[in-house]
Each structure stands twice: as structure tokens, then as C-alpha cells.
Design a protein around this ligand. Structure first.
Ligand SMILES: Nc1nc2c(ncn2[C@@H]2O[C@H](COP(=O)(O)OP(=O)(O)OP(=O)(O)O)[C@@H](O)[C@H]2O)c(=O)[nH]1
Ligand SMILES: [Mg+2]
Length: 223
């Protein structure tokens, strides 16, 4: 890549130290609150701001949450796709709650299990008065499924702010990745600012997402 004139790429960047230090989401405490297994089932009292993470099975929801909270294995990472069946709630800094929604669309789970995610997720989304936003995950290598589209339509209908994290970008080279990002954006009619490229392997996108998350859960955002 060409270097802009007058800028020495080898000179130390005076701001870089500050940038490294300024974590947009410093994790001071973390607590697993429990799981919601049925639409009318237990869930934590909806008193604190919440942000939910949605996406098809195996897209990388638990890995992304682990990166956000800087823990290796806080939200479980499944090597068996479709394993997260419940909505898992995590309390961060005693200030806000993250909800890891069950992955949808995994063909090998039983039909009964497949049809339970929709009422559970929809029930959760409708019954969460303190929900501030949803992070919808899409795998950079895959075409959006019907379920992905329905989920995005449903989120648009509910009017909840939605961020789209495009996961596993480490799996593609620079050119292929740029093409895929653009095509996903066009196919789904997304704004460029809504889309965050992410990799749980390289940690790319962690701070962008952390910053968006911090903005969503800020007390000032209360309606
Ligand atoms: N290369 C790469 N692999 C990833 C990335 N994120 C997740 N994975 C892998 O993808 C698989 C699924 O990751 P999970 O985080 O468990 O996905 P999930 O969406 O929580 O899956 P369910 O809970 O089953 O719905 C695991 O083998 C991860 O190691 C990523 O950014 N890059
Ligand atoms: Mg998971």
C-alpha cells in the first residue's frame, strides 16, 4: 500500500501507546447468570441494559463473546454445532447483560429442537424491555440463509438497533474478503457502518464491537 507523502511509516506513532491503552470496554467483573430454556421460562430480571447475540449455529457467537469479554472460555465454544440450546445470560461489570442466543439452522439437530429456537428467541426479544441492541452474526464465507434473513427482518420490525458482525474473516484473503463483505452488504441492504468484520482468531473487530456495545449500554441511551 502506498504511504501518504510526508509520513514515515517507521516513525513511532505518538498516539499509538494511548490507543493501546484505551480499551473501549474494560471488563472489571463477569458473572454467568443462568440460562433461559423456554419462552415462558426463567430469565434474569430485565432491569439492566441488555444486548443479544444472534446467528446460525456454528457462526461463532460464543467465540465472539469470549473475545469481547477477554476470556478464553467463558461462553462455551462448541465443537458440536447446535449445542447451545438455551439463552445464556452474562452480567458484565454489574452494569449490563449479554444474551447468547441459541444458534439456528443446524440441519442435524432433531426437528423438535429446530422448531424450538424460534419461539424462544422471539419470546425473548419481545419480552425484553431493556434490550438495547442485537449483534447479528454472519459467516463471511456463507450466503445468508432464509433464517438469517428472517431474523434480520424480524429485528428491523422490532426496531431494535442491529449491528452485523461478519465472522471468520481470517479464513479469506484480502480480495475475497472485501468482495464477500460488499456482497453481503448489498444482498441484505445493510449500511456500511452497521457491518463489522470480525475474527475470533486474530481479534480483528473486537475493539470496534466493544465500542459499539459500550455505546448501546450507556446509561445516557435510556429512552
Ligand atoms: N477461523 C475461525 N474460526 C472460528 C471463528 N469464530 C469461531 N470459530 C470456530 O467455529 C466453531 C464454532 O464456534 P462457536 O463460537 O462455538 O459458534 P456458536 O455460534 O456459538 O455455535 P452454537 O453455540 O453451536 O450455535 C468453533 O470451532 C470455533 O473455534 C473465527 O473468527 N475464525
Ligand atoms: Mg455457542
Amino acid at each position: 500500500m502506498a504511504t501518504p507523502r510526508g509520513i514515515n511509516p517507521h516513525a513511532p506513532d505518538p498516539a499509538s501507546k494511548d490507543r493501546q491503552r484505551a480499551d473501549p470496554l474494560v471488563i472489571r467483573s463477569l458473572e454467568f447468570l443462568g440460562g433461559m430454556a423456554a419462552p415462558e421460562g426463567w430469565r434474569p430480571e430485565p432491569t439492566l441494559p441488555e444486548v443479544a447475540f444472534a446467528g446460525r449455529s456454528n457462526v461463532g457467537k460464543s467465540s465472539l463473546i469470549n473475545r469481547l469479554v477477554r476470556r478464553k472460555a467463558f461462553a462455551r465454544v462448541s465443537h458440536t454445532p447446535g449445542r447451545t440450546r438455551e439463552i445464556n445470560f452474562f452480567l458484565v461489570n454489574r452494569a449490563f447483560v449479554l444474551a447468547d442466543l441459541p444458534g439456528y439452522g443446524y440441519a442435524k439437530v432433531s426437528k423438535a429442537a429446530r422448531t424450538t429456537w424460534r419461539p424462544l428467541i422471539e419470546g425473548y426479544l419481545k419480552g425484553s424491555p431493556t434490550l438495547r441492541g442485537v449483534v447479528q452474526l454472519l459467516d463471511v464465507r456463507r450466503e445468508p440463509s432464509d433464517d438469517d434473513r428472517q431474523m434480520l427482518d424480524f429485528l428491523a420490525d422490532t426496531g431494535v438497533p442491529t449491528i452485523v458482525a461478519v465472522t471468520k474473516v481470517d479464513k479469506l484473503g484480502r480480495v475475497a474478503r472485501a468482495e464477500r463483505l460488499r456482497s453481503l452488504q448489498l444482498a441484505l441492504g445493510l449500511d456500511e457502518e452497521q457491518v463489522v468484520p470480525f475474527s475470533a482468531v486474530t481479534n480483528e473487530g473486537r475493539d470496534d464491537l466493544a465500542q459499539a456495545l459500550a455505546a448501546l449500554v450507556q446509561p445516557a441511551a435510556t429512552p
